[in-house]
Design a protein around this ligand. Structure first.
Ligand SMILES: C[S@@+](CC[C@H](N)C(=O)[O-])C[C@H]1O[C@@H](n2cnc3c(N)ncnc32)[C@H](O)[C@@H]1O
Length: 207
């Protein structure tokens, strides 16, 4: 069975802990390492987060559970969120989901009016074709869109997390992040599959 088909340690752990996808452990590790969410997030009622490429919804659920009903989370994806584990959290007043393409201007405007945000996080990834150059190019186009969100609706001092397929062009993206943020880093969480060429670019402290 291929690396992608077998239910691995992280997928089984996600099921057990009530998350629809193993990717929650990537966000959790980045949060623990870089303090993406304030430690006492539930106490900060003004904190606003944007989750791009949010389905099936593990990152959104992680944030909503940490927020404990306060703050605000907006999320977007081409496909709907899974309702299997949310126990009503996706119907809460502090959550907004829009189905659509994050590269489209109308959707960007819908999200902008609900900002500015203190954290923009994107796990958005193109459907892979198996051709690494094609997949990398598509991923870079998405990351450029995510950086546009950071430029326009991320508050000064805010943070950015963006999934990137590494390849030609990705070092330039990291350079652009370093110019915009106090700290720009590439980080590959333990829960990324061994065979994958994905990593995350992190920007802390928007200038
Ligand atoms: C790896 S999944 C995200 C997993 C999610 N972070 C979670 O924890 O459940 C990547 C998502 O990116 C979404 N996506 C890819 N391109 C997109 C686009 N142009 N607009 C919106 N969503 C997109 C896909 O539909 C897919 O659901």
């Amino acid at each position: 069975m291929s690396d992608y088909k077998k239910p691995d340690y992280w997928s089984l752990k996600a099921q057990k802990e009530g998350y629809p996808a193993r990717s929650v452990y990537k966000l959790r590790e980045m949060d623990e390492k870089f303090s993406l969410l304030p430690r006492f997030l539930g106490a900060d009622t003004s904190f606003r987060i944007l989750d791009l490429g949010a389905a099936p919804g593990s990152w959104s659920l992680y944030v909503l559970r940490r927020m404990a009903g306060r703050g605000f989370l907006a999320a977007a994806d081409l496909v709907p969120l899974s309702r299997q584990y949310d126990k009503g959290l996706f119907e809460g007043k502090n959550f907004f989901f829009i189905r659509g393409d994050i590269t489209e201007q109308e959707l960007q405007e819908t999200l902008a009016v609900r900002g500015p945000y203190h954290l923009v996080m994107s796990d958005a990834a193109p459907a892979t074709t198996g051709n690494r150059s094609v997949d990398t190019l598509r991923s870079l186009a998405l990351v450029e869109t995510v950086i546009h969100y950071a430029d326009t609706i991320l508050a000064p001092g805010g943070s950015l997390v963006a999934k990137v397929f590494q390849g030609e062009g990705s070092p330039e993206i990291l350079k652009g992040i370093r110019e915009r943020f106090r700290l720009g880093k590439s980080f590959k969480p333990r829960a990324c599959r061994g065979s994958s060429f994905e990593t995350y670019y992190i920007g802390l402290g928007k200038k």
